[in-house]
Design a binder for this molecule. Structure first.
Ligand SMILES: *Cc1c(COP(=O)(O)O)cnc(C)c1O
Length: 409
């Protein structure tokens, strides 16, 4: 007889990769509470709560604000397959893996793809988008990744919305690695379709994709000539389940995931967006100070960087795989390696949501120091910790005069 399969007990892990991030015990507890039916009036109230809390993080008044069943890629696919019909011209900014994924979906739904490219590690220049809009005839959509998780680049969006209005096209934005970790202003920036995922800066397990649509986007969906290619992600059908007062069955909602998301969003609200963004910025700056002391440098050297995803280039003598293996096996810490052409050349360190704490930054740096020292890559221990501590100290001195302290640790 084969050995019985025992109850699964995961080893303790500090999740500092590109997602999933650490999950607060209140979120785990919410997931373990008893199920309700997905049409139970109490559950419908919970859906209303989730929608309102999502509008608050997206900074939008959009009535159509939901959580798509599926991970971030389902949110991406839902936004694109509902807005694009065969032959529609679509601009996609490609400067990393997730821009490339958007482009692949556009082609699969028969869209006419216009790529605006930039090297990995650089932003998409707004001027290049403008050039394409002015030279290539009417466009239906411009699609961009706000937080490119493959490179750590933060895409400036403030001017793009106006550009899109001027040229009569919709703006679609991927905020998977930014929502809840750095400012996202759906209404303020004129974004028409914006999707995210639960397992990055919202610190909830993977399984839902928050999505919000403007009235302009809803009108485009209502006026489609062909039915959406996906039945499961057809937003005109999903609208009947997510519209207050209607709540008609489409597919069974992932009940426990919605419990979790509600609690994760309550935590975001308790901390406050401004305090949360400041925490992400501070911990990222301290981590970068420590990594720089170890000889690593940010991939996005001269441009805007993400506080949620810290992508650093490895010097030639630093080996990727053995260090990440030691971190995981000896220290229980997960960080991410490079994707595509960056494989073996960079590390991607996530400080997202619950993962973004001072103690996590110091724990990671001290573990890296031990590994680097053992391999003879640094002369003494303490250099990274000292650099990070210095940064924390200078920031706390600089913020004495600021508004009241946040209530959340
Ligand atoms: C993680 C990620 C996705 C995909 O999300 P999944 O949850 O893995 O499906 C899409 N876009 C960006 C920018 C991401 O970081």
């Amino acid at each position: 007889m084969a050995n019985p399969i025992l109850e699964f007990t995961p080893p303790p892990r500090l999740l500092l990769g590109p997602g999933p991030s650490m999950v607060h015990s209140r979120v785990l507890r919410a997931m373990a509470t008893p199920l309700l039916g997905h049409l139970d009036p109490t559950f419908l109230q919970l859906m209303d709560d989730v929608q309102q809390l999502l509008r608050n993080v997206f900074r939008t008044a959009n009535r159509f604000t939901i959580a798509v069943s599926g991970t971030g890629s389902a949110g991406m696919e839902a936004a694109l397959v509902n807005l694009i019909e065969p032959g529609d011209p679509v601009v996609v900014g490609v400067n990393g893996l997730f821009g490339a994924r958007m482009a692949a979906i556009v082609e699969r739904c028969g869209g006419k793809l216009f790529r605006v490219e930039a090297p990995w590690g650089k932003i998409i220049e707004p001027d290049n988008i403008l050039k394409t809009l002015s030279q290539s005839g009417p466009m239906k959509i411009v699609a961009l990744v706000h937080a490119e998780t493959s490179t750590g680049v933060s895409q400036p969006l403030e001017e793009i919305g106006t550009l899109c209005r001027d040229h009569g096209c919709l703006l679609v934005v991927d905020t998977v690695t930014s929502l809840g970790g750095l400012p996202v202003e759906v209404d303020g920036w004129g974004i028409d379709a914006c999707y995210s995922a639960t397992q990055k800066c919202l610190s909830c397990p993977p399984g839902l994709a928050p999505l919000t649509l403007s009235e302009r986007a809803l009108t485009v969906i209502r006026n489609r000539k062909t039915p959406c290619q996906s039945w499961y992600l057809d937003l005109s059908l999903l609208a009947d389940y997510w519209t207050e007062g209607k709540r008609a069955y489409h597919h069974t909602a992932p009940i426990s995931m919605l419990y979790a998301l509600r609690e994760a969003l309550r935590l975001v609200e308790e901390e406050g967006l401004a305090a949360r963004f400041a925490r992400h910025r501070l911990n990222s700056a301290a981590l970068m100070a420590g990594l720089t002391a170890l000889g690593l440098s940010p991939l996005a050297r001269n441009g805007p960087r993400l506080p949620s995803l810290n992508c650093v280039t490895l010097p030639a003598h630093v080996q990727d795989a053995p260090v990440r293996a030691s971190l995981l096996q000896e220290f229980g810490i997960e960080i991410g390696g490079g994707l595509g052409a960056l494989q073996g050349k960079v590390w991607r360190i996530g400080l997202m949501g619950e993962s973004s704490t001072r103690s996590n930054v110091l724990t990671l740096l001290s573990s890296l120091e031990k590994i680097f020292l053992r391999r003879g890559w640094i002369a003494r221990a303490g250099i990274a910790l000292e650099a990070a501590s210095q940064l924390y100290l200078s920031q706390s001195q600089g913020t004495h005069t600021e508004a009241p302290a946040p209530t959340h640790a």
